[in-house]
Design a protein around this ligand. Sequence first.
Ligand code: SAH
Ligand code: SF4
Length: 414
Amino acid sequence: MQIPGHIDPVTTGTVPLRGGNRIDLVGLSRDAIGGVLVEAGLDAKAAKLRAKQIWHWMYHRGVTDFEAMTDIAKAMRPWLTDRFIIGRPTVREAQVSSDGTRKWLLAAADGQEYEMVFIPDADRGTLCVSSQVGCTLNCRFCHTGTMRLVRNLGAGEIVGQVMLARDELGEWPKGTMAGFGPDSDDEDYEEGGHYTADGRILTNIVMMGMGEPLYNFDEVKGALKIVMDGDGLALSRRRITLSTSGVVPMMARAGEEIGVNLAVSLHAVSKEIRDEIVPLNRKYGIDELLKACADYPGAGNSRRITFEYVMLKDKNDSDDDARELVRLIREYGLHAKVNLIPFNPWPGAIYECSSPERVKAFSNLIFKAGISAPIRTPRGRDIMAACGQLKSAATKPTRAELDRIAEEKQAALG
Ligand code: SAH
Ligand code: SF4
């Protein structure tokens, strides 16, 4: 089904409001918050000031209750509470892996479910964020690909994952903000100087959860702009990576308008194999995809593109495949690194993971050519939280149903 304004088949739905008639402010830009305050009756100047204050409390301090916004006059707080909420996704289930990886099954206001994963490491903490409920695409090795796309997540639901993760990790900054006295209605407050990026638990974000982020461009962009805003979550764009299966027409815009690191799910070096395992390849082939990588704004030594490559036994893991990968990276003059992902199994998957020796040999061949090709350690496999294992539907479809869903998706791709 073609939706006007979208470049490819994408279905989307409206998101019912959490909190009844009240508007959820999470996910709105600062100007949009000002706009809803004007609609609610404030004059433009007051709305601008309040929007700035509310923004700071929401995104810098993680406050969800207007009563806690001490620089907003006491009398005004119930007025805000009557009209607005600062929502969070509902946690349906929270699991912790033996390796410390955490996975949350979340529910939106309309009951739709999606997952997010937190991966702690010695030097960083990475949150893997979903962009859609399900996925329109059907990469054959991916569990999410066996779900139908239910709908796009809204910007608020995307940024809401980051906010909830900070709640759960207990890492909103405490203490007072510089210039914010209790009940001060002072417009010229200073930005809070008590909080820096140092010592953070959640340091990195990867758009690698459920869904194809470039099929939900506007909402992903809106959410990441909020995540990067200096007077809020303030995560640097260098610490954010967006992964795409290769939606070529949206890649340049992603670089120009969002400007985060790009990861590309390449997974194969020949048309035959990529057509089979990443069916989007039938629409945007390897040649087009690598050209778009070469043209990715800002691509260069300082900002290398990451190619993700899932290791599938006897499918894409030969020495010749590794050599061809090196040749392609050179041919297109790409400053790239390759992330080798051992295939993570899921019920009903038709592939097996390459042997550790094969993965190592593949990696060595690429390293020898001067291209970095680390092997990603699978994380959270025991709770189905590893790459490609996410899926929110509780039911287990049969093989025939899986094939039918794959056929439907292929037909929709055209
Ligand atoms: N839809 C986007 C982002 C989400 S997937 C994309 O496809 O790029 C994050 C990464 O995990 C992608 O590279 C994806 O191809 C890979 N992946 C999917 N299923 C996997 C599996 N079963 N084992 C290992 N990696 C998998
Ligand atoms: Fe969708 Fe990415 Fe999974 Fe492919 S790998 S089906 S694009 S989520």
